[in-house]
Design a protein. Structure first.
Length: 233
């Protein structure tokens, strides 16, 4: 395959999930928009066998790029899709079953687990934990609860269990984290207003103790999961 014309064969494109998606898949988006002006993809390999993804970063689901980078640290793979074009930010949303890129595919092909960070519009305090890796979900719930967050292991929607969802394409599937509006705002105060008003999104440097607690909880869950799997061998 050359360029971005077609997705890899194993990643089937699905066209019907979200009416608000302007583009059918990430390949269509990249063919129409300009990298460096409308969006930037930050891809960095790690050594841990974990991939952390912000598929709707920048000013689409504001704060998720910052979270993904902090959670990835230096050891985990990172794929951060940063949409920068403020006036057209909702055109950058591609649902997770259609979200694929050659670089992301390469990271996932050598990963045991994947974590995706999302922001949902709900106004409650519950963080929805989805994905097909039950053990990782339970660990994340335990660690987040210990830091004072409220989680839902069986969310009524946004469950992230579709096998075509990129978060489940690592060898041991993954964890989809959906963060409601009030929680997202507490992690990075002011990020929502900034994303609405800015014409070009720049990542926020100022975080909060709540942000650090959230990152610590997810990183702890990842570390505990990977350590437990090593111990079983």
């Amino acid at each position: 395959m050359t360029g971005d014309a077609q997705p890899p064969e194993r990643f089937e494109t699905v066209y019907h999930h979200r009416r608000r998606d302007f583009y059918a898949d990430l390949y269509s988006l990249k063919a129409d928009l300009k990298q460096g002006t409308d969006y930037v993809i930050y891809c960095r390999p790690g050594t841990s066998g974990v991939t952390v993804v912000a598929p709707h970063g920048g000013n689409i689901e504001s704060g998720t790029s910052e979270l993904a980078r902090a959670i990835a640290g230096n050891e985990h793979n990172l794929f951060d899709f940063v949409f920068m074009n403020g006036p057209f930010r909702y055109r950058g949303h591609v649902t997770s079953t259609n979200f694929m890129d050659e670089r992301l595919a390469a990271l996932l092909s050598r990963s045991r687990i994947c974590v995706s960070l999302h922001r949902m519009r709900d106004e409650h305090q519950k963080i929805y934990l989805g994905g097909r890796n039950r053990e990782l979900k339970e660990l994340a719930s335990e660690r987040l609860s210990a830091m004072g967050f409220i989680t839902e292991l069986e969310p009524p929607r946004l469950q992230g269990v579709d096998k075509r969802n990129f978060v489940n394409l690592a060898s041991e599937c993954g964890l989809q984290v959906e963060i409601p509006e009030p929680v997202a705002e507490s992690l990075l105060p002011g990020v929502s207003e900034y994303a609405r008003k800015t014409s070009v999104y720049r990542l926020r440097d100022k975080t909060s103790p709540t942000f650090e607690a959230f990152v610590f909880a997810i990183r702890s869950a990842l570390n505990d999961y990977m350590a437990s799997r090593v111990d079983r061998r």
